[in-house]
Write a protein that binds this ligand. Structure first.
Ligand SMILES: C[S@@+](CC[C@H](N)C(=O)[O-])C[C@H]1O[C@@H](n2cnc3c(N)ncnc32)[C@H](O)[C@@H]1O
Length: 259
């Protein structure tokens, strides 16, 4: 997909934008008061990243893609208000100080929840789509909110643009406590409009046995995979321990690495 970057209409340019351009490798086109459809036409591109003070936004036609931690915020708030622990946290058994490797970062909601519960630890989020990694990395970096607990969790995440197999191969044995995979579902659960840009940009490949082997080498405590029980992925990957209720379509496959 051909994508360019520009500023908002007020031509707001700063050091962060320059760093984002260097990081993403996107071509910068001065806005010069032009509308996005005009720029799209003129430069024959499918997407335009617009730089705002709060972080980059990718426009693809009518759709927008940008970092927002809303789902993670709701999940953490539920714990803070009612003591309900998020199913991901129950399944992975993360503790304060743990190192969590998210091999499928996406919009980073699971990483943020893991960061909140691993206070004092470290969360690394690996994303193979270069444009998604750049938007989420810079969206996280510039994210501000009135709640320090949310900002701390978001800013605790290190974003890496890499295929997870390649990244895992570079890591030492037992260098993370938990290694996590949440691949794109074989059949999407929701036809949500909000997730439409993510579906276009994301890597839809299934988890490979080689990646799973690497994950088991790298994890000290657990490897976790989120999947739909009906997908057949747990059987294909030989995962026997599965948690989640029958009426919940999403389940976690767990490989215990301490045994
Ligand atoms: C379902 S989304 C993850 C959602 C994420 N857990 C969240 O809470 O926002 C899956 C993401 O993993 C990425 N992905 C898929 N295969 C990958 C791979 N081999 N290496 C790195 N990232 C990958 C996709 O591009 C997509 O962004």
């Amino acid at each position: 997909m051909k994508i360019i970057a520009t500023t908002s209409l007020s031509d707001y340019m700063d050091d962060d934008f320059n760093a984002f351009l260097a990081d993403s490798g996107l071509q910068y086109i001065p806005r010069q008061n032009r509308s996005l459809p005009l720029l799209q036409d003129e430069y024959q591109v499918e997407g335009i990243v617009v730089w705002y003070k709060g972080g980059p936004v990718l426009f693809i036609g009518e759709q927008k893609f940008f970092f927002h931690p809303n789902m993670a915020k709701n999940r953490i708030s539920l714990y803070r208000k009612s003591g309900v622990i998020d199913p991901l946290i129950v399944a992975c058994g993360i503790k304060p100080g743990d190192l969590f490797l998210d091999c499928t970062l996406g919009l980073g909601a699971d990483s943020i929840v893991a960061a909140y519960f691993s206070e004092g630890g470290r969360v690394t989020g690996v994303e193979s789509s270069p444009i998604m990694a750049a938007i989420v990395k810079w969206g996280m970096k510039l994210y501000q909110h009135e709640s320090p607990w949310l900002i701390n969790a978001v800013h605790q995440i290190e974003v890496v643009n890499c295929d997870h197999y390649t990244y895992l191969s570079t890591l030492d044995d037992k260098s993370y406590d938990i290694v996590y995979f949440d691949p794109m579902f074989r059949k999407p659960l929701l036809k949500s409009q909000a997730l439409a840009p993510l579906r276009v940009l994301a890597n839809h490949d299934p988890i490979t046995e080689e990646s799973l082997q690497q994950a088991c080498r790298v994890a000290r405590k657990r490897v976790l995979i989120k999947e739909q029980i009906s997908s057949g992925e747990f059987e294909r990957l030989g995962i026997k321990k599965i948690v989640g209720s029958n009426n919940n379509k999403i389940n976690f496959g767990i490989i215990d690495c301490t045994e």
